[in-house]
Design a protein around this ligand. Sequence first.
Ligand code: TRP
Length: 344
Amino acid sequence: MAKFKPRVFSGVQPTGNLHLGNYLGAITRFVALQDTHDCIYCVVDLHAITVAQKPAELKASIREVTAAFLAAGIDAKKHIVFNQSQVAEHAELAWILNCVARLGWLNRMTQFKEKAGKDRENVSVGLYDYPVLMAADILVYRATHVPVGEDQKQHLELARDIAQKFNLDFSEEIAALGHGDTFFPLPEPLIQGPATRVMSLRDGTKKMSKSDASDYSRINLSDDADTIAQKIRKAKTDPEPLPSEIEGLAKRPEADNLVGIFAALENRSKADVLETFGGRNFSAFKSSLIDLTVEKVTPVGKAMDKLTQDPAHIDAILKQGAERARVLAQETMKAVKDIQGFVR
Ligand code: TRP
């Protein structure tokens, strides 16, 4: 296997309000990787339009996700922050990978089945092709590590399958052009931390989601202290006190979720949190969780608010990021075109 320089890539969709699930499951993980890796963080606006978006809201959401990256502590000078549509090579590589990926592979994608529901004949072709564009996002930078939530694991496996098939299908050309025996690395998912899946506050078996009808199901990064307190106080629980051991969370999805949120916010393990709260009742635990959430989340919301008041500043960061990303992506595309046999 050829050796690849470790490089992190990940993306967040600009669709509506960001919530604690996006923050703990993705953005804080992105922040943590900055000390050890070269990172590329992308606002995936081409993915967002796989379902209808109002253009004015899309633009605001792109800036909002960028503001969240910056507010959370992503350093856009040391690393790369940009929006996907400014680097045309993502879509260009996606087309080539469309001709590598097999229909049978895409037909297995559970997220498509969930999102399309019963209306399969009437969703966009883009929604179906979404995972191939995601593979292109990663592979156009030949990224090796991809921090994602649990729900994206299958898409990462698909990206690996696509990379592997490309490497095999064109192995002769890849070797002849001096790339050794593999052109694309097989990107590894990084699914880490106590909150890889943050669940709804109203139902511990459902993912926290911006599309849930009840705003009480989620904590938005823009929520103020009172709203956060109210939502956590109303969060569903069960009548038992908290367990002292992690095994005790097994059939208690709501308890598991709240303990996971606490652990992620404090950068501790769930076991460690239970050492403190095991045997205590939910009202005591919730009070501490409220304090902690307010302490950690409201400054991010406030910083985002400030940043989004200066859209020109955000747009300049995205533009600079896109220029740097494009240099890397163009290098890959040239090599891919040579491997594929295109004239350039
Ligand atoms: N599909 C991812 C999500 O919804 C977002 C995404 C798009 C992504 N392209 C990516 C994540 C590439 C990691 C790498 O969360």
